[in-house]
Design a protein around this ligand. Structure first.
Ligand code: HEM
Ligand SMILES: *[C@@H]1O[C@H](CO)[C@@H](O)[C@H](O)[C@H]1NC(C)=O
Ligand SMILES: *[C@@H]1O[C@H](CO)[C@@H](O)[C@H](O)[C@H]1NC(C)=O
Ligand SMILES: *[C@@H]1O[C@H](CO)[C@@H](O)[C@H](O)[C@H]1NC(C)=O
Length: 480
């Protein structure tokens, strides 16, 4: 990723149904009313209807016409283009923000009703430097946001040398770009083809477990319920002092996370779990599932501990309905890792009963990312080596970066002592500046046996912290 250390940035993206040629199913990409522009995998909770959402939202005074469309919908985009811009002329840009961009910005209400969906949705967010160049000097009181993600890289376990060719690339790009707004970087994401739609590049179904935001969704079994203010700034539960115009916005964390898929697959092949009754292939599949905490179908290993159960994975009423607690347990934090390692990616990032029941956790994010890059080629599989970059264009929304993304990455995923001493790092996203990482709990036959990961299968290529303002803030404050 090539943009973070630079002063004035904004990202603008299309959550688009009209990028033809990037999906297996172009018919579904045609801009026509009647078919939703969003994917709706069976395993994910449904989005509320516009009427249901408006009724629930009015009870908590959420204005769905004012909240940008991408914040609350989770991982449902077919294709998305991320554009990163430098604002080089504030006056010109402000006027274009109001006359050109604002009319295109899609609200949450617009997306919930197929008849009001645009053919291409547009959303926009600003980094601190972007706000500065718009002469917005109010502090949003979010320390990671004001510092920018590059300055936070060491806290996240990133190896910053991966970021450094940023400088040369950007300088050369910038010299070629125009005067008022110039694109400095772009990344195209797309749902994977065929039956891999909704799956990330390692092959696991993604986007199953996002929190239900009070007043937006009613929760399915096992879904966390969070106050509006845990995701939206200035709403109930966000107890930080904010400028009035920031209400109904959300902090957007963007990360370009490269995934080394052939290398990950080789690791699974080389290290099958040798549990009684499992073939070597089943042992490899089990290792991968225990690293994530879910099988490729989405079925949680906690409920399907030795083999995948695709019917469970596809059922949104059951695939998130577990706590890691003992059957019937509704209080306390009595848990073990026989069925799901403490280190598993989904357990590190949402420990459920490990923090006590009822769930005591105010570190939630709404994930809205999308895969990028091509499918693995036969040659890459054969040589177990990545040749073409692919990964996850990670996006998360939260009202507080230090409590949300940064907490999950730094305090949980990268922390070998969470949730207990000796657990090790998250084997998927845990990072130690490129150093090897030890993980326990993966080997079902010896839960204390550490497995050393010498390769990071997920490599941060950089990112930025943005603020996704409300439509009224764009109109009345940012473009004024
Ligand atoms: C390339 C990198 C990543 C991959 C391949 C990945 C993959 C997955 C998969 C397959 C799931 C299970 C599906 C689900 O429960 O919805 C999941 C869940 C989740 N991931 Fe990631 N993820 C990545 C990065 C991250 C990052 C950077 C974070 C935050 C720091 C994160 C936080 C979460 C959370 C909070 C959940 C849901 C846990 C739950 O509610 O039980 N992921 N991820
Ligand atoms: C904000 O609320 C959280 C709980 O949601 C609490 O842990 C934190 O101390 C509060 N912060 C302030 C400044 O009141
Ligand atoms: C579990 O609960 C006990 C007290 O009930 C507490 O001392 C302990 O720290 C908790 N463990 C975790 C991992 O939260
Ligand atoms: C489990 O692994 C640990 C750490 O490698 C080792 O010390 C112990 O002997 C193993 N236990 C068994 C029963 O193999």
């Amino acid at each position: 990723m090539r943009f973070t250390p630079f002063p004035t940035l904004l990202s603008l993206w299309l959550c688009a149904g009209i990028i033809s040629g990037t999906s297996h199913n172009n018919a579904r990409l045609q801009p026509r009313r009647g078919a939703s522009m969003l994917i709706n995998p069976p395993a994910q909770p449904n989005l509320p209807s516009i009427d249901a959402a408006k009724a629930a939202a009015s009870a908590v005074h959420l204005n769905l016409d004012n909240i940008q469309g991408d914040i609350l919908i989770g991982m449902r985009k077919r294709a998305e283009l991320f554009f990163f811009f430098h604002i080089s002329n504030t006056v010109q840009f402000k006027s274009k923000l109001k006359s050109v961009i604002l009319p295109l910005v899609t609200s949450t209400a617009d997306l919930l009703d197929v008849s009001s969906q645009p053919t291409t949705a547009v959303n926009i967010a600003f980094s601190q430097t972007g706000l500065n160049i718009l002469n917005i000097h109010d502090s949003l009181n979010d320390i990671p946001f004001s510092g920018g993600q590059f300055n936070d890289a060491s806290n996240l376990g990133d190896l910053t040398t991966n970021w450094n060719n940023i400088v040369a690339t950007l300088a050369s790009l910038k010299s070629k770009l125009g005067s008022s707004i110039s694109e400095i970087y772009s990344l195209q994401g797309a749902a994977r083809p065929g039956n891999q739609e909704g799956h990330e590049h390692f092959g696991y179904l993604d986007g199953i477990s996002n929190p239900a935001v009070q007043g937006f969704q009613s929760p399915l079994p096992g879904q966390a319920v969070v106050p509006t203010g845990e995701i939206l700034v200035g709403e109930s539960g966000d107890n930080v002092t904010r400028p009035a115009w920031a209400k109904d916005g959300s902090f957007l964390v963007f990360r370009q996370l490269k995934q080394l898929v052939p290398e990950f697959n080789k690791f699974l092949t080389d290290n099958p779990i040798r549990a009684p009754g499992l073939t070597q292939q089943q042992g490899s599949d089990l290792l991968g599932a225990r690293m994530i905490g879910r099988w490729k179908s989405g079925a949680p290993v906690f409920l399907a501990p030795t083999v995948d159960n695709p019917a469970l994975g596809a059922d949104p009423n059951r695939n998130n309905d577990f706590t890691y607690g003992l059957p019937g347990q509704t209080t306390g934090n009595l848990t073990d890792q026989t069925n799901c390692p403490f280190s598993a990616h989904i357990r590190k990032t949402r420990p459920r009963a490990d923090l006590g029941l009822p769930e005591k956790n105010n570190h939630h994010i709404v994930r809205g990312g999308i895969p990028y890059g091509p499918e693995v080629t036969p040659l890459e599989s054969f040589f177990h080596k990545t040749q073409f970059e692919r990964g996850l264009a990670f996006v998360s929304y939260q009202s507080n970066i230090a409590n949300g993304f940064q907490f999950l990455q730094q305090k949980w995923a990268d922390n070998s002592k969470f949730i207990h001493a000796g657990v090790g790092l998250d084997p998927i996203i845990g990072a130690a500046q490129g150093a090897q990482r030890a993980v326990t709990g993966l080997d079902l036959t010896n839960l204390s046996r550490p497995i050393t990961l010498t390769t990071d299968f997920v490599v941060s290529r950089g990112g930025e912290y943005f603020f996704s303002p409300s439509l009224s803030a764009i109109s009345n404050t940012l473009s004024a």
